[in-house]
Design a protein. Sequence first.
Length: 144
Amino acid sequence: MLFSIVIFIHVVSAVVSIGPLVALLPMLKKMEDTDEVQLGGFVQAFQISITVVKHAGHVLVISGVLLVWLSAWTWLTSWIVMTIAVMVGSIVFLAKAFKPTLVTFGTSNFNKEQFIKKLRKATWMYIFLLLIMLWLMVVKPTLW
Ligand code: HEM
């Protein structure tokens, strides 16, 4: 019963980690046609989405640790090791990819085209990293 609850929480947090990022893609398209005054609202929505993704990521890690503890899998299981490796990489990436770009909004360093281009690239990259982890978790490949 405890395992079912934790795995449900784990899967919900995976959905909440990926979902907002996918929604950001059409929003970035809209941002291209928006003037700088209205862009502020979009930037705020972007920041909120990244915060949601960050918190969901915390729940994902905590529930993942509990699942290893509750299941027969160990910390040496190859797909778990690989997920953790990708996760460490994506945490470093998440910290570096979005914030330094988002803080340029409203400063003299702001360039709308570059700003949207960088955010789009970072969003796709992070979705890609999450999909690799999702694949590892669902397929559970024996890598070594
Ligand atoms: C610290 C990182 C993580 C650890 C230690 C971890 C650990 C685990 C474990 C032990 C299971 C249970 C497998 C089973 O017995 O069926 C599981 C399931 C799952 N995990 Fe993770 N996980 C982590 C991160 C992630 C991430 C980043 C995602 C998605 C992006 C994810 C998505 C899933 C999904 C969808 C399942 C259900 C798979 C199934 O039942 O076939 N996990 N995880």
